[in-house]
Design a protein around this ligand. Structure first.
Ligand SMILES: [Zn+2]
Length: 209
């Protein structure tokens, strides 16, 4: 593994162990770099590869898919670990598959705010509520930055009817409706090999394709 890939792994490991991203100083120390600027150069390379994202002015890692250092409505309690924020609904569902660990996901319906919960154990959904929940995946455009352009538009809804109401209020934007099962298939495909390959694939419409 290259140093860049090891740095990516270190960032994901830090989120997994602490719930937060490492600081530049953490990265500098871990890789015995001469200066913080060297750590910054590693982050710039990872950002260029689309693996992490920093909000303008944020010298820390703001996002390392699937994790967010900023609070979101998608919280994931890792079994035997901390609670972390996920970037979006698919990222939240992908965390247990990436880590090969059990996890409990808590989120909220984007339309009505009611509670959404999904429990994954041994790489299987063992409980979920409410029964009719769906996941909305906004349209993916080429060259978009997922953290800004896609993740905010990738949410849970308690029922198809609430998604319809939400879309109607927004003049029916393009996108794909996934059942929980389809969303899990999609999340698994995106994230289950991320720690091995350091390659991040944008979700494709259709989920089960
Ligand atoms: Zn709702």
């Amino acid at each position: 593994m290259s140093q860049t890939e090891l740095a990516h792994r270190f960032i994901l490991d830090t989120f997994t162990q602490t719930g937060c991203s490492p600081s530049l100083l953490d990265i500098q120390r871990r890789f015995e770099l001469a200066a913080e600027e060297d750590a910054l150069a590693l982050l710039e390379e990872l950002e260029g590869r689309g693996l992490i994202h920093r909000t303008a002015g944020d010298r820390r890692v703001t996002h390392a898919y699937p994790f967010s250092n900023l609070p979101t409505s998608h919280r994931v309690r890792i079994s035997g670990g901390p609670e972390v924020f996920a970037m979006c609904a698919i990222d939240a569902l992908g965390i247990p598959f990436m880590l090969k660990r059990d996890a409990a996901i808590s989120s909220a319906c984007e339309q009505c705010g009611s509670r959404i919960s999904v429990e994954i154990a041994k790489q299987t959904v063992i409980a979920s509520s409410p029964a009719g929940m769906v996941v909305w995946v906004g349209k993916v455009s080429a060259g978009c930055v997922p953290a800004n352009d896609l993740c905010p538009d990738l949410n849970f809804f308690c029922a198809a009817g609430d998604l319809d109401a939400w879309r109607m209020a927004r003049e029916e934007p393009d996108g794909t409706i996934l059942t929980l099962e389809q969303a899990v298939v999609s999340a698994r495909r995106i994230f289950e090999d991320l720690l091995n390959t350091s390659e991040f694939h944008l979700p494709t419409p259709g989920g089960g394709a």
